[in-house]
Design a protein around this ligand. Structure first.
Ligand code: OAD
Length: 230
């Protein structure tokens, strides 16, 4: 089976009702993205950050995976698929994808604020509040990568891209690094497909954009991939 790596961003979940970041002028559900996505924001106002992510968690509980998530999961019948997502939602998993790397963390997980990669646990869709601590009395925070923090899952993600036979990029503005540079780890010459309603050009030879929304673009790409690449 050929290896298909999928790099997804907020656009793949847009049709499930989750707003993207940059289509709304940097305002996200009426918050300034930098206030609620930056480690400085955490130290300035933990209560605001917790409230913001509690709201996002409740919203994600109500959202359903869309046809794009489902087609990506179904492609596992034809390809060895690994999804590397910048999204903190769990819609790829809920659609049935079995190998998902979350580059920017997961909203349904928490960890103590003094640790980067241990003490992580699943809380489902429950709120976290000021005063919720681990066994040592250390405040819990969302297990999410904020601006100004390291991206511990970058290396595994780069390995997945470097081993891929086909790369699909879907629903990301490709402006946030290091995620935006991941495609450069692809072996020279492999096909890179990109699905996004906005034109995006990549400095790469064998590149093909399907300029459509995720659901429509994935339907088209499924046919192309299964017919010509599997
Ligand atoms: P952006 O909001 O920057 O980009 C969303 C992309 O999705 C844009 O290119 C849109 O054109 C496209 N789009 C919109 N609707 C779509 C649809 N229905 N189908 C397909 N594409 C659609 O989101 P990301 O690139 O994911 O980081 O943002 C990257 C990171 O910035 C996020 O992971 C987050 C944010 O700060 C952290 O939280 C650390």
């Amino acid at each position: 089976m050929k290896k298909l790596a999928v790099l997804s961003g907020a656009g793949v979940s847009a049709e499930s009702g989750i707003r993207t970041f940059r289509d709304s002028d940097g305002l996200w559900e009426n918050y300034n993205v930098r206030d609620v996505a930056d480690i400085d924001g955490w130290y300035r106002n933990k209560a605001l950050m917790l409230k913001f992510y509690n709201e996002r968690r409740r919203q994600i509980e109500k959202c359903e995976p869309n046809a794009a998530h489902r087609i990506i999961a179904e492609l596992e019948q034809h390809f060895d698929v690994t999804v590397v997502t910048q999204n903190i939602d769990n819609l790829h998993e809920r659609a049935g994808s079995t190998k998902v790397i979350h580059l920017h963390g997961e909203i349904t997980k928490v960890r103590p604020e003094d640790r980067e990669d241990s003490g992580i646990r699943d809380i489902g869709y429950r709120d976290i509040n000021l005063g919720d601590t681990d066994g040592r009395g250390v405040q819990l925070r969302p297990h999410i990568v904020w601006f100004g923090e390291a991206v511990p899952m970058f290396e595994p993600a780069a390995r997945v891209v470097s081993e891929a036979d086909i790369l699909l990029i879907i629903g990301t503005s490709m402006v946030v690094y290091p995620a935006a540079g991941l495609f450069r780890y692809a072996r020279p010459g492999i096909p890179i497909y990109l699905i996004d309603p906005k034109p995006i050009s990549l400095d790469y030879g064998n590149f093909y954009q399907i300029q459509d929304k995720a659901t429509v673009g994935m339907e088209k790409l499924r046919k192309m991939l299964v017919e010509f690449e599997s």
